[in-house]
Design a protein around this ligand. Structure first.
Ligand SMILES: Cc1ncc(COP(=O)(O)O)c(C=O)c1O
Length: 232
C-alpha cells in the first residue's frame, strides 16, 4: 500500500479520529479479518461486548446495503444493462449481484479491481455473493460465472494511481463536476472509460456507473492530486 505525506493526519484517518475510533495499524497484506477477530477476542476477554464488522463490511449481511442499492438503481433506471463500480473487499459487487438476482433483473455487473488482486477479489465476490443470495432466498440462482472483475485499471497497487486513474479523475472533474478519489472511485471511473473504449458496451445499452464514495481520500493523496490538477 502506498501513502503520501500527511496521509495519517487527513482524509479518512482524520475522520476516524473525529468519530472517536481507536486505530490499529496493521500491514496491508496481513489477514485483516483474522486480526479483527483477534482484537474482538481481547475485548471479550476484558469483559466488553464487541460487534465484529468484517473488513469492508463484506459479508452477507453487509452486502445487503448494495442489494438495496440494486433495487434503487433498477427502480430509477429500469433499462440498465450494465452496472460498473470499483471492487475491493467484494461486498459492493456481491450485494449488487445478489440484489439483481432477487429482483430478477438482467443487468450485468462489472467490478473494477482497485486492489491489484483480481483473482482474490473474484473469489471473494463469489463467496460473499453466494452467501448474500442465500440470505435473500435465491442461492439456487447464483452462478459464479456471472461474476466479472475487470483487472486492468488497478494502478498496479492499492493506493497507487496510474495514468488511467489520473486521466479518469481529471476528465470526470472537468466534464461532469465529479470529485473522485485516487484509491476507489477514480479507478472505478478509469475502468468505465477503458471498457467503453474497448467497445464493451453496445451503443444503445444503458450503463450505470456507481460513485461509491471515498471523497475524503482526495485529501490523503496530495501529491497525486496536485499533479493531476495542474493546468494542462
Ligand atoms: C469508497 C469506496 N469505494 C469502493 C470500495 C470497494 O468496495 P468493496 O470493498 O465493497 O469491494 C470501497 C471499499 O472500502 C470504498 O471505500
Amino acid at each position: 500500500m502506498r501513502t503520501e505525506p500527511g496521509y495519517a493526519e487527513t482524509g479518512n484517518i482524520l475522520l476516524d479520529r473525529l468519530f472517536g475510533a481507536i486505530i490499529h495499524d496493521i500491514p496491508w497484506d496481513e489477514d485483516r479479518n483474522r486480526r479483527l477477530r483477534e482484537i474482538a477476542g481481547h475485548l471479550k476477554a476484558a469483559g466488553r461486548r464487541p460487534y465484529l464488522v468484517p473488513y469492508g463490511a463484506s459479508d452477507a449481511l453487509g452486502a445487503m446495503g448494495y442489494a438495496l442499492a440494486a433495487d434503487e438503481i433498477v427502480h430509477d433506471c429500469p433499462n440498465a444493462a450494465w452496472i460498473v463500480h470499483g471492487s475491493g473487499s467484494a461486498g459492493t459487487q456481491a450485494g449488487l449481484l445478489a440484489g439483481l438476482l432477487a429482483l430478477g433483473h438482467p443487468a450485468r455487473v462489472i467490478g473494477v479491481d482497485v486492489d491489484a488482486q483480481p483473482e482474490r477479489v473474484h473469489a471473494d465476490v463469489c463467496r460473499v455473493g453466494r452467501a448474500a443470495a442465500a440470505l435473500l432466498g435465491v442461492e439456487a440462482l447464483w452462478r459464479d460465472d456471472r461474476v466479472e472483475v475487470a483487472a486492468a485499471w488497478s494502478g498496479g497497487a492499492y493506493g497507487l494511481a496510474d495514468r488511467t486513474t489520473e486521466e479518469a479523475i481529471r476528465l470526470a472533474a472537468r466534464t461532469e463536476g465529479f470529485a473522485l478519489d485516487p484509491v476507489y472511485a477514480g479507478k472505478g471511473m478509469a475502468g468505465l472509460i477503458g471498457l467503453a473504449r474497448q467497445g464493451r458496451f453496445p451503443a444503445d445499452d444503458h450503463v450505470v456507473w456507481i460513485h461509491t464514495g471515498g471523497v475524503p481520500g482526495i485529501f490523503a493523496y496530495p501529491e497525486t492530486m496536485a499533479r493531476l490538477s495542474a493546468p494542462t
